[in-house]
Structure formats: C-alpha cells, structure tokens
Design a protein around this ligand. Structure first.
Ligand code: NAD
Ligand code: ISE
Length: 338
C-alpha cells in the first residue's frame, strides 16, 4: 500500500519533506499540497499532485490518507485540530502549537477521540548519535545522570531573529532532547546572559545560557548561540555518577595531514540532521501505513511549548521560573517508540 500524503505549507522544510517523501523514503507519495502562497504550492507540486486552495480542502480530500503540516507555527493548531476532526493521522513540524492554551485544545480533542493521531517533528530523537547517547544513559553504564552540558550553535540567523525565537525555535529541540533522554519533565527554567556578541543585532542578547532543572534534579545547561559563524555546531555531554557520554563530531571522516587533523562542520540543521529527518518521517509513514502512529506525541508537543513559555518568562524576569504542567492524560502514559 502506498500512503497518500497531503502537505500543508510548501516553504523551506515543506519542500524538503516533499523531496524526501518523493525521492528518499518508501511507502508514501505526495498526493496533494497547499500553501497560502499558491504560486509556491504550485511550484512545489510535481505532475499528478493536486494543489488545494486551502488547508481545510486538503484535509477533507478523500484522496489524502494522512497530512504533514509544515506551515508557520501559529497555523499548526487549526490544521492539527482539523485532522483530528477528520480522523486523519498528522505529522506536525514543531511547534505543535505556539501557546499552552492552543496545545491544551489539541490534547483535549485527541483525548476526546480516544486514540493518537498526532505526531510532532522533534527529529533529534531519530539522530544516531542522540540515540546512542540515550542507550548509554538508560543502560546505567555511566551511573545516575547528574548534569548535561549542551550547545546549540547556529552559524547565523535571519535579521528578524530575537532572543524569544532562540528559545521557541532553537532551544525547543534541546528541551525535547532533555525530556526524552532522561524520561522526565522540566521543572524550572532560568536564562542567564553574559557578554553579548558584537554580531548580534540591536536588543538581541546573544548568546544565552538556558538552565533546565529536571524534576529528578538533573541539571541541563544549554548554550544557545545565534552567530557562531564557523558552522552549525550541536554538542551534548551527560555527566553521570560513574562516567560521561558525549556526542561525537557530526559529519564525515577525520583527515590527518601535514601535522594537522580536521573534518567538516555541518553548514546547517538540514545537513546535521538529514538522517534524523529521514528516519522520523519513514518511521511515521510505516506506523501510519500499519494503522497507528509513532514518534513524539501531542503531550511532548504540549510540554515543550509550556517549557518554552516558561523560558520566555525567565528571559524577561531574569529569575528562576517554575514549570507548571497539567496532569498527563492516560492516552499519553504509554509512549510509542522511540
Ligand atoms: P517557511 O517560512 O520557509 O515556510 C512556511 C510556509 O508556510 C510558507 O510557504 C508560508 O507561505 C506557508 N504558510 C503560512 N501560513 C499558512 C497557512 N495558514 N496555510 C498554509 N500555508 C501557510 O518556514 P519553514 O522554515 O519551512 O518552517 C515551517 C515550520 O517548520 C515551522 O513551524 C518551523 O518551526 C518548523 N521547522 C522545523 C525544523 C526542524 O528542525 N524540525 C526546521 C525548520 C523549520
Ligand atoms: C530551526 O527552526 C530549527 O528547527 C533547527 O533545527 C534549529 O537548529 C534552528 O536553530 C531553528 O532556527
């Protein structure tokens, strides 16, 4: 069976997911696309792909089995809720929705339906290095985890980027990794600033340190940088009672010559996480074709958004801000893989 997919939002990542669904993955094809910019949707549609004028029409299309949402964050709630109402599986790029209240509405709708239809695109869970790190942590080989040091260094960001976006768009991935790696919730967030890079625009205090306190007491410090310049550099090290585990250099071989060694640093998140993006979408296609779903749930999307909102409060106040989550519904107590 070939799963017929509809893609809402044909911008940067929408086009990338269309490419992988069409040329890289198996078991699915793009049957329909839409975008508020219809010319962009038409440009992204290969022969035989229907271009719908609205997301609502795409979701209602009986030829569409399942939906991929890659439009702007504030539009995700509407499309995810429409997919739940239509009983269609939906893979939604992060964020699930941009406010706690919007995420609540998605949780309420899915819980009322009584089965999981929503998967959220936190692709790092499918990265080979992060998965190997999780295996080491859960095996007990380094003893009880105490601290995680992480860095999320963007080479550069568009001129409209702000400190708030560093939390909502970038650090959100580190927040999801921490929850997944330690199978735990974030209990409090503090944001600390030091010297600001001369490359940052007016009012943008970059870099920042985001300190996450997990409910277990594990501390996660995330250096979030927007202007690293030299490349896209993602780092992580977990310090346990008996040892440490660290992500290795990301891409390619190490070359030694003329008394030096070196290798490539990924240019951006597409290069660094290409395998993770392929893996998450293939896993989702396979699970949906088999009649279910997999991957980060609406609960994971909700928790990440609430922690980001708390992070924004911490950024404004400079104080330690406690995270307050609603009770986790039974539907999300058993997490499907990974
Ligand atoms: P983009 O601006 O390149 O593309 C978004 C597209 O959505 C645009 O073509 C826009 O016209 C369209 N759009 C906006 N409102 C719409 C609506 N109501 N209905 C239909 N289409 C609409 O942005 P992007 O970088 O592709 O990001 C899209 C989403 O993917 C964002 O939520 C972003 O956070 C997420 N994202 C995730 C990752 C990741 O690492 N997982 C990376 C980049 C982006
Ligand atoms: C972007 O939106 C992403 O999601 C990338 O994974 C992240 O590394 C980058 O900082 C964001 O801008």
């Amino acid at each position: 069976m070939t799963l017929e997919i509809g893609v809402i939002g044909t911008g940067m990542i929408g086009q990338d997911h269309i490419r992988r669904l069409t040329h890289v993955l198996s078991g699915a094809r793009v049957a329909a696309v839409t975008d508020v910019d219809l010319d962009r949707a038409r440009a992204a549609a290969a022969d035989g792909v229907t271009v719908h004028e609205t997301g609502a029409a795409l979701i209602a299309d009986p030829a569409v089995d399942a939906v991929v949402v890659t439009s702007w964050g504030p539009t995700h709630e509407e499309y995810v809720l429409a997919c739940i109402a239509a009983g269609k599986q939906v893979f939604c790029e992060k964020p699930l929705a941009t406010t706690r209240e919007a995420c609540d509405r998605v949780l309420d709708a899915e819980v009322a339906l009584g089965r999981r239809l929503v998967s959220v695109g936190f692709m790092r869970r499918y990265d080979a290095q992060y998965r190997a790190m999780k295996e080491v942590v859960t095996s007990g080989a380094i003893g009880a985890p105490l601290i995680m040091h992480a860095a999320h260094r963007n080479p550069s960001v568009p001129g409209f980027y702000t400190g708030e976006m560093m939390i909502n768009d970038s650090t959100v991935h580190d927040i999801d990794v921490a929850r997944w790696l330690f199978d735990d919730e974030v209990a409090a967030v503090t944001v600390v600033f030091g010297r600001t890079s001369s490359k940052a625009g007016p009012g943008f205090r970059d870099p920042m340190l985001v300190l996450l306190e997990m409910a277990s007491g594990v501390l996660v410090d995330v250096e979030a940088s927007a202007h690293a310049g030299f490349g896209y550099d993602i780092r992580g090290e977990v310090v346990g009672e008996d040892g440490t585990v660290e992500l290795s250099e990301a891409a390619g071989p190490v070359v030694k010559r003329a008394g030096r060694f070196g290798g490539r640093i990924p240019a951006d998140w597409r290069e660094r996480f290409v395998g993770a993006f392929d893996g998450e979408l293939q896993a989702w296609v396979d699970a949906v074709a088999a009649g279910g779903t997999t991957g980060p749930s609406a609960w994971d999307g909700y928790a990440a958004t609430v922690v980001c909102e708390t992070g924004l409060a911490a950024l404004r106040t400079g104080a330690r801000e406690a995270v307050s989550l609603r009770a986790r519904p039974d539907l999300y107590k058993e997490q499907p893989e990974p």
